[in-house]
Design a protein around this ligand. Structure first.
Ligand code: F6P
Length: 373
């Protein structure tokens, strides 16, 4: 029997996933004579033993395809919803699949949640490796994730287009970017498109300071502004409340912890309406009409940029090399021009926020872009 490895994609889809699948599969085949099985719909497919053989002909023509040819899902392997109302630990079934196919490795392509799941699989003896994908760029331990560059490109083009209409109507356009609880995408696309204000979760904002910036622009002859706001951005008051809720969750157990988690979910839910609220506040304070654009899932769709294809290819090939070398339990991270295998235990449960001394923050400040503080 040929040496066999498995692969799956989990969490939100991201441009570059197919390029990574292709790179792992082609390098495993051509360089090491291994065959690849693709499991459908993330960890669920591994649990249900739903797979497809990925031979060279299946891997041809997918480099430029968006999404994932395998399908994806969000699930926790140790607490999986299996339809009976009780989350179940499904790792034993996944181990059975691995043993049945004698998989030498299971490559999990995903973000922070996938890394946590992969580590849980490693705990029951499943030989895992992970590759960092997400448009959020928030995976700890890697310089960058594939999907981010494409999303920055899409968002930049969209903000460029919003500029001309904001200018024509003398309006404030508040454009909301994805990024979960980090500001990489808003900062990258906001800077690349010349936004006047960029609001990110790492820097709690003061709505008066934002209004002041817009009024100043109006006073000097630019009665329009583009405000790029990350979906996770918070005002100073909201940030204090959120920190308080998270602290309560950290310090509680059992029932109290469940209540704290529910309060956090409620807070995050309410947060999803806050871009509209912010636009209204700015309109009231400046006297300029405002409009909101929420870019949403368009940021994740379509063909990956060349930079993402190159990154996914580099990481996928490195992954095949590591499998052949017997390395397991790692994140294949991007480091400078190369790659590095990082122990999953060092990265699981951590998130890479934008450092406050990041060059993009410095550039924004030097250009007079308001970061809302
Ligand atoms: O993690 C990627 C991401 O697109 C985030 O930016 C966003 O908050 C989330 O996924 C949206 O998730 P879903 O696709 O489940 O709505």
């Amino acid at each position: 029997m040929a040496r066999t490895i498995g692969i799956l994609t989990a969490g939100g889809d991201s441009p570059g996933l197919n390029a990574a699948i292709r790179a792992v599969g082609k390098a495993a085949d051509k360089a090491y004579g291994m065959q690849l099985l693709g499991f459908r719909d993330g960890f669920r497919g591994l649990m249900q033993n739903r797979f497809v053989r990925l031979g060279p002909e299946d891997l041809a023509g997918i480099l430029d395809r968006g999404g994932t040819i395998l399908g994806t899902s969000r699930a926790r392997v140790h607490k999986m919803d299996v339809g009976n109302g009780r989350p179940m630990d499904m790792r034993p079934m996944m181990l059975k699949t691995v043993e049945q196919h004698q998989l030498e490795a299971v490559v999990c392509l995903g973000g922070g949640g996938t890394i946590k799941n992969a580590l849980r699989l490693a705990e029951v003896g499943i030989p895992v490796l992970t590759l960092p994908k997400t448009i959020d760029n928030d995976v700890f331990g890697t310089d960058v994730t594939f999907g981010y560059d494409t999303a920055v490109n899409i968002a930049t083009e969209a903000i460029d287009r919003l500029h001309s209409t904001a200018h024509s109507h003398h309006r404030i356009v508040v454009v909301e970017l994805m990024g979960h609880n980090t500001g990489w995408l808003a900062l990258g696309s906001g800077l690349a498109s010349g936004a006047d204000v960029i609001l990110i979760p790492e820097i709690p904002y003061d709505v008066d300071a934002v209004a002041e910036k817009i009024l100043h622009r109006k006073a000097v002859g630019s009665p329009f502004s583009i405000v790029a706001v990350a979906e996770g951005a918070l005002s100073s008051d909201e940030a204090a409340e959120y920190a308080h809720l998270k602290e309560a969750k950290r310090n509680s157990e059992d029932e109290a912890r469940a209540a704290a988690k529910a309060a956090i979910a409620e807070f995050e839910q309410a947060q999803s309406r806050s871009t509209e609220h912010l636009a209204g506040e700015l309109e009231t304070r400046t006297g300029l009409e405002s409009r909101v654009t929420i870019l949403g899932h368009v940021q994740r769709g379509g063909t990956p940029s060349p930079a993402d294809r190159l990154l996914a290819t580099r990481l996928g090939v490195a992954c095949a090399d590591l499998i052949a070398a017997g390395v397991r339990g790692v994140l294949v991270a991007a480091r400078g021009e190369g790659t590095e295998a990082v122990d999953l235990k060092e990265v699981a449960g951590k998130r890479r926020m934008v450092p406050l001394d990041h060059p993009m923050i410095h550039s924004a400040r030097q250009l007079g872009i308001s970061l809302g503080d």
